[in-house]
Ligand binder design. Structure first.
Ligand SMILES: Cc1ncc(COP(=O)(O)O)c(C=O)c1O
Length: 391
């Protein structure tokens, strides 16, 4: 039996190799500090779990439930956007419930593009964006995110032919992997660019809650005209430590939302209502847990950066997300450096090349272990003698 051409063309998961190497090292009994992944380490807050438990006991939730999700969650998403970003949303027509935003990101090209159409993706970028291009049989080109532009795209360097033919562009701020954030002026430019070139924008707001130094990341939908040309995707995975629950939503342009709902009518039959009720509780109830989470990540960030600078590793502090994006020392490729740290320091990091060509020269560190382990990781790296210590 043979797989379809489509399946065969699916991108090889670059990080599967890293996971295998890390697991092998752990099996050998080594004490690996794993900073290579993006999996939140804290538990889901108690009140959200309680909401699931209550909903799970209600027999009405044991049946097939509305295909397009329950009203409570759509209304909660709309209330959340109004409260957090001052954005007015019609819960009936402007919210689509997703089985995690990974699913929505893969579905969107199938909703909006025809075979061979062009979409534009960030480089470096979240590797799973590529899955949707293959499933929809479309072409993609990448645009670079460079340190000199604070990891924001420079729309003026996108070739004319690409600007004129592309139908869809993905953006993501706070950014995985660079930790960069976008300001209002950038999103305003994005709306102008999208309108001029008739390109639909998907803004992936996965790390929307995580901004440091009191700077709350802004939603793309706050910009006038954004809803005319795009949607945002919001996941509960990071904000509420619900990565295992698989729940998120797309929000914004009603035509796109209808497209996502339509494709999901054919793929699934509604996310378990208990999870949707718990997600609604997360979005609308007490947000202290989110403040605590951001404080925790900021403390880790500060501790990590300080430790890096002490060993002489020149590292920029990320403005948002839970990642640090760090240049590798001279004479190493990103993959060689990641392998070296795993072998010599028992520290796992993600090689930048896995996020695209412009990720070469960097490694991504996930701030997803406690501060003492972060310090220990940096101390182990310091002992390799690669940097000129300031201490
Ligand atoms: C940039 C980005 N977008 C989307 C996702 C997917 O999140 P989920 O499928 O859990 O909603 C992730 C997960 O790591 C991510 O880093």
């Amino acid at each position: 039996m043979e797989y379809s051409e489509r399946l065969k063309r699916l991108p090889v998961q670059f990080f599967a190799t890293l996971v295998n190497k890390v697991n092998k090292a752990i099996d050998e009994g080594r004490d690996i500090i794993n900073l290579g992944q993006g999996n939140p380490d804290q538990p889901t807050p108690e009140h959200i779990i309680k909401a699931l438990q209550t909903a799970a006991e209600d027999p009405k939730n044991h049946k097939y439930s509305p295909f397009r999700g329950i009203n409570e969650l759509k209304e909660a998403a709309a209330a959340f956007y109004l409260r957090e970003y001052g954005v007015e949303i019609n819960p009936k027509s402007e919210v689509a419930i997703l089985f995690g935003t990974k699913a929505g990101l893969a579905e969107l090209p199938m909703c909006l593009l025809n075979k061979g159409d062009l979409m534009l993706l960030p480089d470096p970028g979240y590797p799973d964006y590529l899955s949707g291009t293959v499933l929809a049989d479309v072409r993609y080109e990448t645009f670079p995110l460079k340190a000199e532009n604070e990891f924001l795209p420079d729309f003026s360097v996108i070739p004319k032919e690409q600007r004129e033919t592309a139908k869809l562009m993905y953006l993501n701020y706070p950014n995985n992997p660079t930790g960069a954030t976008a300001d209002r002026a950038f999103f305003e430019k994005t709306v102008v660019f999208a309108k001029e070139n008739r390109i639909t924008i998907l803004h992936d707001f996965a790390y929307g809650a995580i901004g440091f130094e009191g700077k709350k990341p802004i939603s793309f939908l706050e910009i006038e005209g954004a809803k005319e040309i795009g949607v945002e995707m919001y996941t509960l995975s990071k904000t509420y430590n619900m990565a295992g629950w698989r729940v998120g939503f797309a929000i914004g342009n009603p035509v796109i939302i209808e497209g996502l709902n339509l494709i999901q009518d054919h793929l699934y039959c509604s996310l378990f209502p208990g999870i949707q009720m718990a997600a609604a509780a997360a979005l609308t109830e007490d947000q202290t847990c989110v403040d605590e989470l951001v404080t925790r990540y900021e403390r880790r960030r500060n501790t990590f950066i300080k430790a890096c600078r002490q060993i002489g590793w020149d590292v920029c502090a990320p403005a948002g997300s839970f990642f640090a994006w760090i240049p590798v020392p001279e004479h190493f490729t990103s993959e060689e450096f990641a392998d070296y740290l795993l072998e010599k320091a028992d520290v796992a990091v993600a090689a930048g090349k896995g996020f695209g060509e412009f990720g070469e020269g960097y490694v991504r560190v996930g701030l997803l272990v406690d501060e003492d382990r972060l310090v220990e990781a940096v101390e182990r790296i310091g002992q390799l003698g690669l940097f000129q210590s300031y201490a």
